[in-house]
Design a protein around this ligand. Structure first.
Ligand SMILES: Cc1cc2nc3c(=O)[nH]c(=O)nc-3n(C[C@H](O)[C@H](O)[C@H](O)COP(=O)(O)OP(=O)(O)OC[C@H]3O[C@@H](n4cnc5c(N)ncnc54)[C@H](O)[C@@H]3O)c2cc1C
Length: 421
């Protein structure tokens, strides 16, 4: 008889061992969808959902839009109604922080010292707002926006006669700027790159966003660094810019990106690289631990590399995929990335990952406020972005997914319905 190699035994166990208990860490959008899916897929065992926030799982997109403007209550962001959540019959542990994962004992350690055993563990720990450790940060209140409490703290600061400096011209920064401006707040956006949303959209779209914000009376300072903060004699806040000048305001909002909450995974020895590495089955380097949502770094064929997707679509779909995978179902999660942003009534949507190597074909006039930019490799559309063009973009998505060759002239002609392409 030959001795079985440990990794072979682990793989066999991952396939054959009974699953009595599944623990999910993180009760955000991905965690909520994972829990829901486990039940709808027939898992009747012990299901534990641990989240360090006090709320039922909720969606974050409205926090910078309707919740911040006060047109929607925080409760409206819930993933499901409390009755539907109760009906899942899970062990719900709100306000609890998981401190450690013991992979050998297959246990997680929660804040009160209690340990919980798992057969499968799903990490949905998301991320937190990046902070800037600059001089004077302790003298002023710097807002970030990730949670319901963050939105509730920022909302009262906005309004006529108030002024806000938004640091970071990415999606969160621009959405906060738009909502604040619509409340009558004086807004200045400070971005250290020389264009807006430089990490995620091509220059043509950055220009469109810049024009949109400037037209609404927002001052946008591009290519501008920040050296620090101070409290002015009148109690207001000061933002010191790299050129030596200072901006005085009632509130500072930081929108400089997200830090993935991957510490638990790293300390447990799971493979991580800017987030928790997973495969297309949402499995980490430990076959009994899966990950999904903002924290997961997954192979993405549309980008041709591994990446983290910080989007509503990914939180939901990968949460579902991780749950199915945990139950041993066939999963091949390789989504075409989709992201949207709402600013001043403009709905911008992005399908795929546009890159500088793509050829650009434009459909519709930019001045009309509704157009699409297609990004092609050869005669195949790889990505599409457009403001106020949701319907046509749904057809664009199909073109991309089907990798169907298209003719540039037909693509550019708004007279030819997208459905006919
Ligand atoms: C203000 C805002 C606006 C957005 N707008 C859009 C948009 O317009 N379009 C779009 O596509 N996407 C948008 N997004 C992105 C989208 O909301 C996120 O991608 C999504 O929320 C990610 O879900 P998640 O479950 O992976 O992570 P999260 O929602 O961050 O949930 C993770 C949860 O795990 C908890 N947790 C972490 N560590 C532990 C631990 N050790 N123990 C217990 N609990 C823990 C966290 O506190 C959190 O509650 C927006 C995000 C924000 C913040």
């Amino acid at each position: 008889m030959t001795a079985e190699r440990p990794e072979a035994a682990a793989a066999a166990c991952a396939d054959e061992c009974p699953i009595n208990t599944i623990v999910i860490i993180g009760a955000g959008q991905a965690g909520g969808w994972a829990a829901h899916t486990l039940r709808t897929e027939g898992f009747t065992g012990r299901l534990v959902l641990i989240g360090n926030e006090l709320h039922l799982p909720y969606e974050r997109p409205p926090l910078s839009k309707a919740v911040l403007s006060g047109t929607a209550l925080p409760e409206t962001t819930r993933l499901m109604k409390p009755e539907a959540f109760d009906a899942l019959g899970l062990e719900w542990r709100p306000g609890e922080q998981v401190h450690r994962i013991d992979r050998t004992a297959k246990q997680v350690l929660v804040a009160n010292g209690e340990t919980l055993s798992y057969d499968k563990l799903i990490l949905c720990t998301g991320g937190r707002a990046r902070q800037l450790a600059l001089p004077g940060a302790d003298q002023v209140h710097v807002h970030t926006l990730r949670t319901i409490e963050d939105a509730q703290a920022l909302a009262p600061v906005l309004g006529p006669g108030r002024s806000v400096v938004v640091l970071g011209g990415g999606w969160i920064g621009l959405e906060v700027a738009a909502t604040a401006r619509q409340q009558g707040t004086e807004v200045i956006v400070v971005e250290n790159q020389n264009r807006l949303c430089a990490r995620t959209v091509p220059a043509e779209i950055s220009e469109h966003l810049l024009a949109l914000h400037q037209a609404q009376g927002t001052r946008v300072l591009l290519g501008t660094g920040v050296n620090g903060f101070a409290r002015a004699a009148d109690g207001r806040s000061e933002v010191w810019l790299a050129d030596g000048s200072a901006l005085r305001c009632d509130a500072i909002v930081l929108g400089v990106g997200l830090v993935p909450n991957d510490e638990l995974a790293r300390e447990a020895g799971l493979a991580c690289d800017g987030g928790v590495l997973v495969d297309a089955q949402c499995r980490t380097s430990d076959p009994d631990i899966l990950a999904s949502g903002d924290v997961a770094v997954a192979p993405n064929p549309w980008a041709g590399r591994r990446m983290r997707l910080e989007s509503w679509q990914n939180a939901q779909e990968q949460g579902i995929a991780a749950a199915r995978s945990a139950l041993g179902h066939a999963v091949d999660y390789q989504p075409l990335p989709w992201f949207w942003s709402d600013q001043y009534g403009m709905n911008l949507q992005i399908y795929g990952i546009p890159t500088a190597t793509h050829r650009v074909v434009q459909r519709g006039e930019k001045a009309s406020g509704s157009f699409i930019l297609f990004y092609l490799a050869g005669d195949v559309v790889q990505a599409a972005i457009g403001p106020n063009a949701a319907r046509d973009l749904r057809f664009a998505r199909r073109l991309i997914e089907q990798r169907k060759p298209v003719d540039d002239a037909r693509l550019a002609d708004p007279g030819i319905p997208m459905s006919r392409l």
